[in-house]
Design a protein around this ligand. Structure first.
Ligand SMILES: O=C1O[C@H](COP(=O)(O)O)[C@@H](O)[C@H](O)[C@H]1O
Length: 232
């Protein structure tokens, strides 16, 4: 599918424009279906975007927010993507939204993934909005180079749902939506910032296997077009 690059002069300008595009897509989902869904990424990049989106004037009681991926850590950990979202997105107007976690306090990450798959089965078919990030190693969601279940996660035959992933660069065991869960979002965004990530993106857009840079699966073969939002 095609990818279109949207460039902004500052991170603040990007955050405002991305929040507007996402709010419009959520409003369209509510108007069409009576409810809307969004899966967001964690990491260090999305904070300003979350703050901008949390003030968007839409009927948040009709919106379900979930995560593209998560670490298998308690939700009060500074490493938790759930904590990032609760502290920065689910505030103000957006505090009325429903939240579907991927982490559950189970004995193993696999049990948590199974519970998350069951609990999220009613949303995201397709998601109204998916906002992906990208790591400096070319990972997106928890599709890490060298990931223990990378081939399965990226396989177009693997069903929708949440699965586990382990990788050297990942730290804790991960929980991640599969490629098929994310690729057909009505608005599919890749949000990256900084010159270093632009260089990683350009490398990923060149030849080479998906296993080296899993973001290539998103850039090459999603059902939906990818809107890339970038600022220096
Ligand atoms: O591990 C993760 O990293 C990526 C990118 O994070 P960033 O800190 O470089 O912005 C993120 O998209 C993913 O959700 C997160 O779990």
């Amino acid at each position: 599918m095609t990818a279109t690059l949207h460039t902004f002069e500052t991170s603040a300008e990007l955050a405002e424009n991305l929040a507007k595009a996402v709010a419009d897509a959520l409003s369209a989902g509510i108007a069409r279906d009576g409810s809307a869904s969004i899966a967001v990424s964690g990491g260090s990049t999305p904070k300003a975007f979350f703050k901008a989106l949390s003030n968007a004037p839409l009927d948040w009681t009709k919106v379900t927010v979930t995560l593209v991926d998560e670490r298998f850590v308690e939700p009060d950990s500074d490493r938790s993507n759930e904590k990032l979202v609760r502290d920065n997105l689910l505030t103000g107007a957006a505090s009325a939204a429903a939240f579907q976690p991927l982490y559950y306090p189970t004995a193993t990450a696999d049990e948590s993934a199974a519970t998350a798959t069951k609990e999220t089965a009613g949303i995201g078919r397709p998601f109204d909005v998916v906002v992906l990030g990208m790591g400096g190693d070319g990972h997106t969601a928890s599709f890490f180079p060298g990931g223990s279940r990378l081939a399965e996660a990226l396989d177009p035959q693997t069903p929708r749902g949440v699965m586990t992933m382990q990788a050297d660069g990942a730290g804790e065991p991960r929980l991640t939506y599969t490629f098929t869960s994310l690729e057909d979002a009505r608005l599919l965004v890749l949000h990256i910032e900084g010159d270093a990530k632009k260089t990683v993106l350009e490398t990923a857009q060149g030849d080479g296997p998906e296993t080296d840079m899993p973001i290539r699966a998103i850039l090459r073969r999603t059902a939906s077009p990818v809107a890339i939002f970038w600022a220096p």
